[in-house]
Design a protein around this ligand. Structure first.
Ligand SMILES: [Zn+2]
Length: 303
């Protein structure tokens, strides 16, 4: 199984969740072993920012990469799309300090990357295989990675709120591009009216609306169209985790289990795994059949 990039450069425009301003994103193919790299097109000559877990700084609402004075905010939904499609090498140029929010999910990023086309490169894809359990914990929240032949994510949230069905707060997801496209990438982020009002007072979330989030008051979901999945909230948490975990630098072979985890704990877990080289091995596979994760075949056409 070989590394992948996109076939041709492509661009898209959205708005920044916090700024409310238009943000331009452009994607460019990259050579093998480049990894995922961001660049700020509004800061001429600024250093590229690699998608590296050790560059994540604040994780209050999102995962944000900071290198010197260069900030790339809210990378998790885009990285989730890149991980779900199995793209290894990509340059993303962004015209502002935050990746656009689009519809609050990863689906618009999947669409644009599939429009660009995905191509295989002439070098083996490197997976990070978890070889012993690693677990991190903050208060009652925890997250862990365990050895597993594939990449499975189990997530449990625990909201005591009328909009959250008690039966729909746990989900399991097994990574393949098809599962990602059909069952995960369109799960949207969610927010509570009272938090959004507080953020607006702090000049945040100026672009936030029911166009790009599930909005919940004290009783219910306010979006007229309702939910895209009965368990959309926990699915979105898995989407976030997939993006946050891609900052480990390779696709993971392992089982991720989490209880009430978020960006901070996901990042702590990645750092903990990388802190001891006895926790993992870097492995490759001779062909797509023996590899334990199914990505789209390069010539697959998604209708
Ligand atoms: Zn999210």
């Amino acid at each position: 199984m070989n590394q992948r990039t996109i076939q041709a450069a492509i661009a898209v425009t959205g708005i920044g969740l916090h700024s409310g301003e238009p943000v331009h994103l452009a994607f460019y193919p990259q050579p093998t072993d480049t990894g995922i790299v961001f660049e700020r097109s509004d800061l001429i000559g600024s250093a590229p920012v690699p998608a590296d877990a050790f560059l994540v700084q604040d994780t209050l609402m999102s995962s944000n990469l900071v290198l010197d004075d260069v900030r790339i905010g809210t990378v998790e939904h885009l990285l989730s799309a890149i991980a779900g499609l199995g793209i290894d090498n990509l340059l993303i140029r962004v015209s502002s300090a935050e990746i656009p929010i689009m519809d609050g999910s990863a689906a618009p990023f999947v669409d644009i990357l599939l429009d660009a086309g995905i191509c295989e490169q002439e070098k083996a894809k490197k997976f990070l295989k978890v070889v012993r359990p690693v677990r991190v914990k903050i208060d009652d929240k925890w997250a862990e990675l365990r050895p597993y032949d594939g990449f499975e994510l189990n997530f449990e949230i625990d909201f005591d709120h009328p909009a959250f069905d008690k039966e729909q707060q746990h989900a399991q997801f097994s990574l393949s591009s098809q599962n990602f496209i059909e069952g995960l990438c369109s799960a949207r982020t969610f927010g509570f009216v009272k938090d959004i009002e507080m953020m607006r007072q702090n000049n945040l979330a100026r672009g936030g609306s029911m166009e790009n989030a599930i909005v919940i008051d004290d009783m219910q979901v306010l979006n007229a169209e309702g939910l895209r999945f009965v368990d959309e909230f926990v699915r979105h948490k898995i989407l976030d985790a997939l993006g946050d975990l891609y900052l480990i630098g390779h696709p993971i072979l392992g089982r991720f289990n989490a209880y009430k985890s978020g960006h901070a704990l996901n990042n702590l877990l990645v750092r903990e795994v990388l802190s001891d080289e006895n926790n993992f091995e870097i492995v490759t596979f001779d062909d797509n059949v023996t590899a334990p994760i199914d990505y789209l075949r390069v010539n697959d056409v998604i209708v």
